[in-house]
Design a binder for this molecule. Sequence first.
Ligand code: 13P
Ligand code: ZN
Length: 271
Amino acid sequence: MSDFIHSKFVQEMCDITANMYRQGWDERNGGNISYMIDEEFVREYFPEDKFIRDIPAGFVAHECLRGKYFLVTGTGKYFKNVKGDPETNLGLVKISEDGETAHLLWGYKDGGRFTSEFPAHLMSHAVRYQINPKNRIIMHTHPTYTICMGACLPTDEKIFTRKLWKSNTEAVVVFPEGVGVLPCMICGTTEIGEATAEKMKQHRIVTWTNHGIYGAGETIDEAFGLIETVEKTAQIYMLTLGHVVNEIPDEVVIGLAKLWNLKMMEGVIGE
Ligand code: 13P
Ligand code: ZN
């Protein structure tokens, strides 16, 4: 049995948090990630469940997540520091059978706990997992241009999606279901968790106006790829705002979706 700290799961979390920090998205303790790990992989490192301590969830996790294991960034922890000390900045928890407690198996070495956004993470996991049982990742971060774009547009997901699709030909291909948009809300609450999860029924990406973005995926690469495509496109939009001569024509957006056999979010193009 090798040490969990050397597992691919911890390594992936170290690599992605360092990468996201370098993008300039995760200032101070900004951002959080949760990674659902299948029991068979947990058992490779922990032959049986031995809990260090229990942490109250503060909400009731959905039935489909009870007994599941999550590797989660800690609250107040800095992405830039994860790689240097994963055992303090990350924790592996198992959701209790009543959904009200997280049993700690590893990590949060300084007595810490999971991200304050755990409600939004677990509620989003529950929705995405039921749509796609292969979904494993929920990722939250503060990408600069996406936040700028949200501040410049009405909080309307069709308008937001349309602006993205018409700024970068990759956009409709990467997120044909469009981007969910939430207005500015108080973060770290069950309410914003429920609102995010509701949007996750239609979208793998949800923006939080004046705050940041959530992405879901089967892998870290997929969740990150969604977010970086939105952010890159938002950067193009913001840098060209007020100067655009060549906007992507509607026929090209529709043609790309047809070429890749994608079902586009309705009511965005051609109405
Ligand atoms: P945590 O430090 O609790 O993860 O919060 C960071 C954040 O991004 C809040 O939305
Ligand atoms: Zn945040």
